[in-house]
Write a protein that binds this ligand. Sequence first.
Ligand code: NAP
Length: 332
Amino acid sequence: MKRTLGRSGIEVSALGMGCWAIGGPYAGGANQYGWGRVDDAESTRAVHRALDLGVTFFDTASSYGAGHSEVVLGRALGADRDRVVIATKWGFTFDERTREALGTDSSVAYLRSCLDGSLRRLGTDHVDLYQLHLGDLPVADALDLVGPLEELVAAGKIRAYGWSTDDPERAAAFAAAGPHCTAVQHDMSVLADRPAMIELCERAGLASINRGPLAMGLLSGKYADGRTVARDDVRSQSYDWMTWFRDGAGAPEWLARVEALREVFATGGRTPTQGALAWLWARSEATVPIPGFRTVAQVEQNAGALTHGPLRPDEFAAVEDLLADLRVATVA
Ligand SMILES: NC(=O)c1ccc[n+]([C@@H]2O[C@H](COP(=O)([O-])OP(=O)(O)OC[C@H]3O[C@@H](n4cnc5c(N)ncnc54)[C@H](OP(=O)(O)O)[C@@H]3O)[C@@H](O)[C@H]2O)c1
């Protein structure tokens, strides 16, 4: 299964791999922004397995693990770099050496210097999709970056760009301002439909790159046994956007819905994560889910969704019946 990344013409596998977790721990003061300890050797094997299974799209960010995610991804890809499409992001500042999160910077100077850092860590001379990571930046500030982004396209340092934001109005303004803006990355899963964003992507010819497609792991069903994540895992934090986990455990009201979904997905021979990904593909032809991973086994299961393809219309309807009024309140 393939997708074209919006109006760029860049072709990717319909599934991308999200590389946040493989950056390992990083923090700003008491705030954890990583997914706890990871094994770089396993992350490398997992990237290789993804390539074997036909995955050609990888999403990372300069700030994940304060640069470590890009280093691990770049090394793992090695000579295969030109077979794949790499998306990364800029906007957060960090100390690569101490792995500390520092703050944000939306200046043109940082846009350029952060890209140079990403190119160095990834071991490449261009980024395929460069994404603004500051989802709530005022539109006027973002529009000041469009000219410099178009210059980077002309210079061959990036092929296309987009904004990681959950706000359709911001995404629409950015896309209207620059011809090489081709994607919006936004939160979306079977538990959190985003109709206004999907409508924009379909109308404006943008890829809808879906982060959190597994509700941060909750949709796997494994948190039903009450297990908790490590203290240096972002899911242990009580940020106001932390919908799916509470005190490091799956939020009970959502776990019940995940359990009900398991049965619907199993009738089509899919595991819960495969069903969650298949729902996104059935929802719109613009979607490209990018599930995070930390092991070979997770990559194998998630990439296995590609062979099943989108949910059939009757399966999709069964999910809609089940979740009718039970999704995250859709404000946008
Ligand atoms: N602002 C932004 O731009 C932004 C924000 C968030 C995410 N993202 C991007 O979107 C990607 C995906 O989002 P996400 O990582 O937040 O969440 P996600 O994809 O919904 O969940 C990923 C997590 O689920 C668990 N998992 C994955 N496959 C599994 C399987 N087959 N069986 C059981 N557990 C499985 C793993 O964690 P455990 O094994 O530890 O449970 C994994 O780290 C990120 O990696 C990143 O690239 C971007």
